[in-house]
Design a protein around this ligand. Structure first.
Ligand code: BMA
Length: 321
């Protein structure tokens, strides 16, 4: 029997929530689920999902020197739906995951485009988060929670995403020569079943985090119960050269809704990270997450401690049932 007690792997910032609708320079309903990057000058940019008072979402950039406070927020939507050219964005754009891609010298933003057929995955490229070149829709509905790996696997770009079928929602990996045409799809991390905290429906949180041991994946599990849904976070480690191979997966969740701003809001009991940054020490991880679909919060952890936790409490593929 594995020991189960462990110090928390993610610790909430005392100033949480760090961004709310009250900080916004124009009227909005809620701000949540931000993508995150550390810019070349060391400052932090969050690309927040902003829900307007129609219920439609757009993305808006907030910049801060220390990644915690004193945010400068764009005074209008930074990436708004462009329905004439991209009709799949009809009901909004949501939940961005940002990857800096050295080969392209640009950021690739993977986001949910909400169309009449449901949510699908779209990509856009940017250098400065002021102008964007859209690739457009790359995964048809229903599919979301996508992020690009920062470099090719062999000759191909690789995208994690989460298609939904009537019998489950699992994490898949797909490959592309040009970011536009995707194939060689394979399921890489299944939702578990039955009573598990991550039964039936899981999805990627932040883009994959590169470590010398492999790609660390932070993913959410959705537990349905009589009161509704509980969104909690777990860890998996994928092989560095063949990221379709899961090396280890944690049995327990590592973070779940506990603070009042995570428990209460437009959607109760949700913690939903879409972005991370790493401090210059190469180990301290800042995880930016949406709390209860209402505000933006920050939790900190150590990549080294997460890997040690997976060694102690993780299971290899084949032992997940
Ligand atoms: C998911 C996404 C997220 C949201 C979560 C909880 O399906 O829509 O944007 O935070 O549900 O409502």
């Amino acid at each position: 029997m594995k020991p189960t007690s462990h110090p928390p792997l993610l610790v909430r910032h005392a100033g949480n929530p760090i961004l709310t609708s009250e900080d916004w320079p124009y009227p909005v309903n809620t701000v949540f689920n931000p993508g995150a990057v550390r810019l070349a000058d060391g400052s932090t940019l969050l690309l927040c999902r902003v829900e307007d008072r129609r219920g439609h979402s757009h993305l808006c950039a907030a910049r801060s020197a220390n990644g915690v406070d004193d945010w400068r927020i764009d005074d209008r939507p930074t990436l708004a739906p462009s329905i004439d050219s991209y009709p799949e964005e009809l009901w909004g754009v949501e939940d961005p995951r940002i990857t800096w891609v050295p080969e392209l010298r640009r950021y690739v933003v993977a986001y949910t485009a909400y169309s009449r057929s449901g949510p699908g995955v779209s990509l856009a490229l940017t250098e400065d988060f002021r102008t964007f070149d859209r690739v457009g829709s790359v995964m048809s509905p229903e599919d979301k929670d996508a992020a690009l790996f920062p470099r090719r696997v062999g000759d191909y770009w690789a995208l994690l995403h989460r298609p939904v079928s009537t019998i489950g929602a699992h994490v898949w990996l797909s490959f592309s020569p040009d970011l536009r045409h995707w194939g060689s799809h394979r399921m890489v991390l299944p939702a578990r079943g039955g009573a598990w905290w991550d039964a039936n429906k899981i999805g990627l949180c932040t883009p994959p985090i590169e470590t010398d041991r492999g790609w660390l994946l932070l993913y959410h599990g959705v537990r349905q119960n009589a009161a509704g849904c509980l969104y909690r976070l777990g860890l998996a480690l994928m092989d560095l050269e063949t990221p379709e191979r899961c090396l280890l997966r944690g049995d327990s969740w590592i973070f779940g809704p506990e603070a009042p701003y995570e428990r209460r809001g437009d959607v109760e009991n949700v913690v939903f990270p879409c972005g991370f940054t790493v401090e210059p020490d190469g180990d301290t991880l800042n995880v930016y997450y949406g709390a209860a679909d209402t505000s933006v919060a920050l939790a900190r952890g150590s990549i080294g401690m997460m890997l040690a936790w997976l060694d102690a409490f993780g299971s290899p593929a084949g032992r997940w049932d």
